[in-house]
Write a protein that binds this ligand. Structure first.
Ligand SMILES: [Zn+2]
Length: 325
């Protein structure tokens, strides 16, 4: 029972965080420092009227207002409730399937009590997911991944790495403290995630003679590596290229090669998939697939070709702004 209450609570809390992320997504990329502040009441972006609290309830207000602002009757973008629903869904998924543990411990009598270690793991992952949502939508809007999110993300990721349950320890040595082993796992994750992405970016710049990827992608991947470890960072990069080249390829077919795409949202999607399913995916890629490849000669070349193809498409399609992001 307590578990179900927690799961519903996590979804509702996620929707509220999503409502705050809408503010972050809108205000953070603003040029004017006065508009960049995250505090203060919400104002209608069209007419500037203050939005009252009962018109600011996640998802529900948008539905009750039928997608139109009360003040000026201008349409409210469907993206606001979509971000709220998405964040709520991610928090629910996290509550149901917390990586490496549970928020609840059940004793022999079947009594559920809150597990502090699980709760802290939930909070840290919830923060990570929230940052990924904000970065994705800012990247859709501006083709930039602001330093104001990626740099603190890397720092928080490395600090969080001390906590057991975030990153797998780099080695299992009883002589070395576990906190040190998991922290090193986080640092190595940051270096591998950021480093490999930096290498791919440098390669793309040499081959295509343009900035295929931004430095923001490198910092985002450093953050992902710090939170998930080096294995999941490499998985994230591969998945990001795969998702991005599928979506980008479809868009290029419909709108021509001029239709370029940001990379951040696909890396973020790859990171979310890696967070929840990295064990299953690594098992599939390195245990079950090799059997299939041994039985089918030439299969590994096909896989390698597909991987190289999606990386190539990705580098052709990705667009980046002039600024460092
Ligand atoms: Zn208005």
């Amino acid at each position: 029972m307590a578990t179900a209450v927690f799961e519903v609570g996590a979804a509702l809390f996620g929707a509220c965080i999503g409502s705050f992320l809408n503010v972050v997504i809108w205000r953070l990329p603003q040029e004017d420092p006065a508009k960049r502040s995250l505090g203060g009441r919400s104002h209608c972006p069209r007419c500037g009227a203050q939005i009252r609290w009962f018109d600011n309830v996640p998802v529900l207000s948008w539905l009750l207002l039928r997608g139109r602002a009360r003040c000026c009757k201008n349409p409210i973008a469907a993206r606001y409730p979509i971000v709220e629903l998405l964040t709520g869904a991610l928090f629910l998924l996290l509550a149901v399937q917390l990586p490496g543990g549970s928020v609840w411990s059940v004793d022999l009598a079947g009594v559920e009590t809150i597990d502090l270690r699980g709760a802290a793991t939930f909070a840290l992952h919830a923060l990570f997911l929230s940052m990924l949502v904000a970065l994705s939508f800012i990247d859709f809007d501006t083709q930039l991944l602001p330093d104001a999110l990626t740099k603190p993300g890397m720092v928080i990721g490395v600090v969080a790495g001390i906590w057991p349950g975030i990153v797998a320890p780099i080695a299992e040595d009883p002589a070395v403290s576990r906190a040190l082993c998991t922290w090193l796992g986080s640092v190595v994750g940051l270096l591998v995630g950021g480093g490999v992405t930096w290498g791919v970016r440098a390669l793309g710049t040499v081959v295509f003679k343009k900035d295929a990827m931004g430095f923001g992608d490198v910092k985002l991947m450093g953050m992902v590596g710090a939170f998930l470890g080096w294995k999941a960072a490499l998985l994230t990069l591969a998945l990001g290229c795969l998702f991005g080249s599928i979506v980008g390829g479809v868009m290029a077919l419909r709108r021509g090669l001029g239709a370029r795409i940001p990379f951040g949202p696909y890396l973020a999607l790859g990171a979310i998939v890696s967070l929840f399913w990295q064990q299953d995916l690594i098992e599939l890629l390195f245990r079950r697939w090799p059997d299939w490849q041994r039985e089918n000669p030439g299969a590994q070349w096909l896989v390698l070709l597909a991987a190289a193809g999606s990386l190539f498409l990705m580098l052709v399609l990705v667009r980046r702004g002039r600024r460092s992001g």
